[in-house]
Design a protein around this ligand. Structure first.
Ligand code: FMN
Length: 176
């Protein structure tokens, strides 16, 4: 059985998450093929039994490349089991309203693209302060303070719960 892992990334955390998804899939006996948002023209879901899409939230939205691929393959995706892994800072927030706002962003994306995944996971991403330029570091520190995340800009912070992600993927890929 073959699973496609389709992902977009701006800062690299969703690439790490896509690779972890593929590893879990392989551990469960699946053949996993991973496609970055720049190679999506090659990704034909007709060649997969299931599809997992992972995408990060940046300024309240997901990457356009991923949205366009979903739209172009909407009918095929509707006819097969699919899962969506959303990656964001809000998923790590201690505030309920941040999670509600995040659900709105995810649902607006589903509405816009016509995507109706069978399973959705809200994964926490990372704050890569050390890799940001001055302005981005300032902006992310401001957002982090609002969300109750670390404002220590002297190091990077990873919030992804890897065991939770692996459980979600194993459940999604379990035999029906
Ligand atoms: C410029 C910028 C804007 C962001 N905007 C949001 C946002 O609107 N909501 C949110 O929850 N997280 C936001 N984040 C946090 C990212 O979702 C998080 O850093 C994630 O790990 C990025 O994934 P990537 O490394 O795959 O691009 C933002 C991050 C950056 C750098």
């Amino acid at each position: 059985m073959r699973v496609f892992v389709i992902y977009g990334t701006i800062e690299g955390q969703t690439r790490k998450i896509a690779r972890a998804i593929a590893e879990t899939a392989q551990d469960k006996g699946w053949r996993a093929t991973v496609y970055d948002m720049n190679d999506l023209a090659e990704a034909d879901p007709a060649h997969a039994d299931r599809v997992i899409i992972a995408a990060p939230v940046h300024a309240g939205d997901y990457p356009r490349e991923v949205a366009e691929w979903i739209k172009a393959n909407r009918l095929r995706l509707k006819a097969m089991p699919t899962a969506f892994v959303s990656v964001s800072l809000s998923a790590a927030s201690q505030f309920a309203e941040e999670h509600e706002a995040l659900d709105k962003i995810t649902n607006a994306f589903f509405e816009e693209t016509g995507f109706a995944p069978n399973a959705v996971h809200q994964a926490a991403g990372a704050l890569r302060y050390a890799d940001y330029d001055f302005l981005k570091r300032l902006l992310m520190r401001y957002i982090a303070r609002k969300e109750g995340a670390s404002t220590d800009t002297t190091k990077n912070h990873e919030f992804t719960e890897w065991d939770e992600l692996a459980r979600f993927i194993a459940d999604f890929l379990a035999p029906a």
